[in-house]
Design a binder for this molecule. Structure first.
Ligand SMILES: Cc1cc2nc3c(=O)[nH]c(=O)nc-3n(C[C@H](O)[C@H](O)[C@H](O)COP(=O)(O)OP(=O)(O)OC[C@H]3O[C@@H](n4cnc5c(N)ncnc54)[C@H](O)[C@@H]3O)c2cc1C
Length: 392
């Protein structure tokens, strides 16, 4: 049975397979991800073969047909290895596949989803601009309709997988005379369309191997059929379909990485001796280990509880719950990473230990897919506006 068949028929056995993959293949190859611009092809093929590009799709598009709860368990398991592996497929399965699945026309779904799900195509999501970060409504890129096509102009920055993507979802203004969200639309743009330039890859604090770059669109001409859903003015609705899945998956990634960091810290504390005993015998080290485990359990419980509630389209209350998960889990993993460095002492600060790399990698999670401050804002606004207070 292939891993994809296993995922569809016996999820628990599939999860065990993924855990073995992490232990025997992905972790031992993590050193190959540093100081390079992407995940090597042989490792990417392993991710494809294990169905990881297909995790959010239904079977009719070649997907694994997983529930949201199963996706959460899978994301946590796979991110016990470097989160750079996950970045190789995350933009495809979250932002890109979900936007097409939930809002694409039948033709768009048929054309792209099977190829994205098999990993033959990599998707990237282009929303952020120089003057539009947290305030996505401030985008300035335009898509001007001229006869039977749109002309896209503008630039997008910090775009994950920009240099390797085959397909971009581009969010641009189709009517600059309108003020609201209905001036914004979403497009499917093949990466080889003339008028696209990818800038050199950004130098980042962490996550080597998960490239980001600026994309410049200059009179990039796409057919009317590139408009997602076939309608203009709903670009934000399209974007939110992918963003909510991506936010929950980032929360899972934070849990997986926190588990990994805690495992590293615990192993070190058991083996490192000072004052004639293992440092794990010191109460202050035990306090830090206990805080890690407690916070991981809290975050894991949150993401699983939220995932179980997701059965169809998300209402506002569930979107706020997803923000709670993303906010808490990503803040939590940074506290765990800080403790892990502290438990390792000097070894935690030196670049030859995994903990130093993981510490830098996880810092991103509080920034992308909505900063912590933006999630606080979403959560509080929902609390203030909701009349029934179902969260209480
Ligand atoms: C490695 C990486 C990968 C990325 N990948 C992608 C991608 O694939 N596609 C994509 O479109 N984007 C991507 N991004 C962009 C990312 O989503 C943005 O960086 C993020 O939304 C924050 O925007 P900004 O960087 O412009 O910060 P700003 O919005 O300028 O925020 C700066 C600070 O101000 C705070 N702030 C802003 N507004 C408010 C407010 N209303 N209330 C309180 N505080 C506020 C923020 O919380 C933050 O602390 C990526 C970014 C990085 C770093």
């Amino acid at each position: 049975m292939t891993p994809v068949d296993l995922a569809r028929n016996d999820f628990n056995a599939y999860l065990r397979l993924i855990k073995t993959l992490v232990k025997e293949k992905l972790r031992p190859n993590e050193h190959r991800l540093t100081h390079i611009d992407g995940v090597p092809e042989d490792l990417t093929q392993i991710l494809r073969d294990h169905g990881l590009f297909a995790m959010t799709l239904p079977r009719k598009y070649g997907g694994l047909d997983l529930s949201t709860e199963q996706q959460v368990l899978l994301q946590i398991a796979i991110t016990r290895a470097s989160c750079v592996y996950r970045a190789r497929f995350s933009t495809t399965v979250g932002l890109v596949c979900q936007s097409i699945l939930q809002h694409g026309t039948d033709e768009q779904r048929q054309m792209y989803l099977p190829r994205l799900g098999s990993g033959e195509m990599t998707g990237a999501f282009a929303l952020t601009e120089e003057n539009a970060g947290s305030n996505a409504m401030a985008i300035e890129s335009t898509a001007t309709r001229i006869g039977d096509h749109y002309n896209i102009n503008g630039s997008k920055r910090y775009i994950t997988n920009a240099n390797i993507a085959d397909l971009f979802i581009v969010i641009a203004q189709t009517d600059i005379n309108k003020n609201g969200a209905n001036r914004i639309s979403a497009f499917l743009v093949d990466a080889d369309t003339p008028g696209i330039t990818i800038a050199p890859i950004d130098k980042k604090m962490g996550q080597d191997g998960a490239p980001t770059a600026e994309i410049i669109f200059s009179n990039c001409c796409v057919p009317l059929s590139a408009l997602i859903s076939g309608k203009d003015g709903n670009g934000f609705q399209v974007a939110m379909a992918g963003i909510n899945t991506a936010r929950l998956h980032v929360a899972c990634t934070a849990v997986g990485q926190a588990e990994r960091l805690t495992e590293e810290a615990l192993n070190y504390a058991r083996n490192r001796e000072q004052f004639g005993q293992a440092i794990s015998e010191f109460q202050s080290i035990q306090n830090m280990l206990a805080d890690c485990r407690t916070e991981i359990l809290a975050a894991k419980s949150m993401v699983l509880e939220t995932a179980r509630k997701i059965k169809g389209p998300l209402d506002k209350s569930l979107r706020a719950d997803i923000s709670c998960c993303k906010y808490f889990a990503t803040e939590m993993v940074c506290r765990v990473a800080d403790r892990a460095v502290q438990i390792l002492g000097g070894a935690g600060y030196l670049a030859n230990h995994d903990v130093e790399r993981l510490y830098r990698d996880v810092r991103l999670f509080r920034i992308f897919e909505g900063t912590s401050q933006i999630h606080q804002k979403i959560i509080a606004q929902h609390m203030i506006n909701e009349e029934e207070h179902r969260f209480l």
